[in-house]
Design a protein around this ligand. Structure first.
Ligand code: SAM
Length: 294
């Protein structure tokens, strides 16, 4: 897939997208990232990208012309024109591309939105600055307005880097071990992973349980005893079923403590529900009752 980032600070991306999984995904051709300097699409000698807001008020606003010109250069027309010319059926170019305006006023970026983007061929990320972007970009150019959290950053560059990172790790083959995506927080359930089976096709107890919408379980590594702080016993027992049960309990515990609302969307089996009850009684975590799975 391809990301096209539109920014007034192209150098910003020299570091963040050149490490680890994103770097390897770029090198292997799984993802292509092109950064476009908005100033290259201006027409005046000062390469002006911003102007004062109509109606008065604080700060400057990014002008619409360079952004429209940049996207037209990338063969993306206004949204209504795209809908008219290309349709929105599954096979149409429009269905395979998305123009995203980064904004604190947008819909919240999360693992579900990341999975949706990972299925596309091209994602355009428009980075705002100053007081924001002329609203006509949102109205006539962007397919969606996306926020990375309920806080205001100075620009859309960090959000763009976050989106590229989160989406890239969902691309087939981007993670060295596909099972990591299965066990991660929020359960990147879109990634299909075959569970281990024995010679008769029965599932082998799998100690790397799926997060399935919960937060991830805690991880430990060597040494087993660090300054007198020991790794929990089940993890060093070699008993896969005990490890699985311990991890599930800890994932439930952490979700109840930090993000109880996530439990309302998770399918809990009877064993999970019993664990939740035990945790609640012991600690008083999570005041809301989790939804019943059956
Ligand atoms: N005046 C805007 C408001 O109050 O909603 C804030 C503008 S902000 C200082 C400048 C740019 O940073 C935005 O246009 C957007 O591109 C980016 N930005 C800031 N916070 C963001 C967030 N939480 N998610 C996505 N983009 C954000």
């Amino acid at each position: 897939m391809k990301f096209e980032i539109i920014t007034i600070f192209p150098d910003f991306f020299r570091g963040p997208l050149e490490y680890g999984i994103v770097r390897r995904a770029r090198e292997s051709g799984r993802v292509e990232i092109t950064v476009h300097d908005l100033r290259a699409f201006t027409k005046d000698k000062h390469r002006t990208v911003d102007d004062r807001p109509f109606g008065g008020g604080e700060g400057m606003v990014l002008k619409p012309e360079p952004i429209f010109d940049c996207l037209e250069f990338l063969r993306v027309s206004a949204r209504t024109e795209r809908i008219r010319n290309q349709g929105s059926g599954a096979g149409s170019p429009r269905a395979r591309e998305s123009v995203v305006l980064l904004s604190p006023q947008g819909e919240m970026f999360n693992q579900r939105v990341a999975s949706e983007m990972a299925r596309l061929e091209r994602v355009f990320l428009i980075c705002g600055r100053y007081e924001g972007v002329d609203e006509r970009v949102r109205e006539y150019l962007a397919d969606r307005e996306v926020s990375v959290g309920d806080f205001v950053l100075s620009g859309g560059e960090l959000p763009a880097a976050i989106i590229v990172d989160a989406v890239t790790r969902l691309l087939p083959g981007a993670l060295g071990n596909a099972a990591s995506a299965r066990t991660e927080s929020f359960g990147a359930g879109e990634v299909s992973v075959r569970l281990p089976v024995d010679t008769e096709g029965k599932r082998i107890p799998d100690s790397t349980i799926s997060a399935g919408g919960l937060l991830d379980y805690p991880h430990y590594t060597r040494p087993a005893d660090f300054r007198g702080l020991a790794v929990p016993e089940p993890l060093v027992s070699g008993d896969h079923e005990a490890i699985r049960r311990w991890r599930r309990r800890k994932a439930l515990e952490k979700t109840l403590r930090n993000r109880p609302e996530l439990l309302e969307r998770v399918e809990l089996n009877p064993e999970d529900r019993q664990i939740v009850e035990e945790i609640r009684k012991a600690s008083g975590f999570g005041l809301r009752a989790p939804a019943k799975a059956d």
